[in-house]
Structures are given as C-alpha cells and as structure tokens.
Design a protein around this ligand. Sequence first.
Ligand SMILES: [Zn+2]
Length: 234
Amino acid sequence: MVEKAVCLISGGLDSCVTSLIAKKQGYEIYAISFNYGQLHKKELDCSNKIAQTVGVEDRIIIDVDFQKFGIFSLLNTSSDSIQDHDLKDIGREIPLTYVPARNTVFLSLALAYAESIDADAIFIGANAVDYSGYPDCRPEYIQAYQKMADLGTKKGVEGRSIKIEAPLLHLTKSEIIKTGLKLDAPLADTWSCYRGGELACGRCDSCVLRLKGFKDVGVKDPLRYERYPDWYTS
Ligand SMILES: [Zn+2]
C-alpha cells in the first residue's frame, strides 16, 4: 500500500522542494497550507500552483489568526515593518519576522491531519543552515517535536510513529536550489519575500538568502525582484 505523507506547503522555495522530495520517495501527498495573516499572501497563491505541480491527493488551507495575539512584523501591518539586512548580519539574532511558536502551531495541525488520514509522515521544509535564526527551525526542535508526537498521538502510542521529516534541515540554500533543479521544481512559482509587493523586494532576509543561494549555484533566479543586491549582479 502506498504510504501517505502530509506536506506543509507554504508557497516558499523550501517547502516546494521538500514536497517534491516526499513525492520522489513514493508518498501520496496531502498538502496543508496556512492563512495566518501573513503580509506575503502571495505565498498562498504560489502554494496552489506548487500543489498542482507536485500532484497532491488533497489540500487543505487552515485559517490561524495569529493577529489575535498582537502585531508581529510578518503579519498584515505594513511592509515597512520588515527589516532589511546585509547578508553578514542574517541569523545573528532572532529577527522581528519571528512569529511566536509558529512551527509548533503548524506542525500540531499537520499532526492532527496526519493522524486523521492515517499518514505515516509529515514533511516540513525547516532549514537550520541558511536561515533567519528562528528557534523552531533547529534540529533539536524537530527531534523534540518527534518525541512529543510519539507520546501524544494514538498512532505513536501504538508504535506506528508519524515521522517528522525535515530533509532540508542541514542543506545550504544553494544545495536546496540544486536539489530543486534536479527535481524540476517550479521555482518560478515559489515566493520567498516577506513583503507583500508585486515583485519580490530583494532586501529582506528571505530575499537575500534566496538570491545568495542562486548566486552560489550560478543560476539566475526566475523570480522578478524590485532590486538586486550589488553582489548579486556583480
Ligand atoms: Zn523580500
């Protein structure tokens, strides 16, 4: 019997490549996406396209209103609240774009979905190398979540653990892009920018890390940007 996997598809590059890895491993894919008031709603349109390209069995979008807890810079305020960073300063401290306990909330809903449909794995595009320094993207976090999932679900207690798979955890952004290119990932349909503009800004942490990845691979990013860092075009 084909095994099922729940994939968190945000619409970003990492979750796109992750879902294709899951597909390649032979899983039937069940996508889950979240509308949490993010400034970059474009992500959700991208997640639609990615889900179509990957060929998912089903896809659910869950509304989680983080705004009820207060205003965070990634949520619908204004794109001015997003900080610009030089490459060298990214990941030094937890940035303002951190959304409180986001991955724990998302993974918990994915876990409930997975157990409901008797899925064997959950795939998340967490990455702890070229990332913004979020605590809920680190290997020790994923390990701890696995333990919790084994203890806190009927499947886990019965010894049918739902595996939390984070295949990009230890890859650099350029390795993720290379993997995506090998898997024919629809990279032009992925959105990484934290701002909600027509074009990607080219200045936020997420744009800078993505552009650095493409630069390292030596391939042009198919996404259009408002502007590019000097080092990208030089
Ligand atoms: Zn950006």
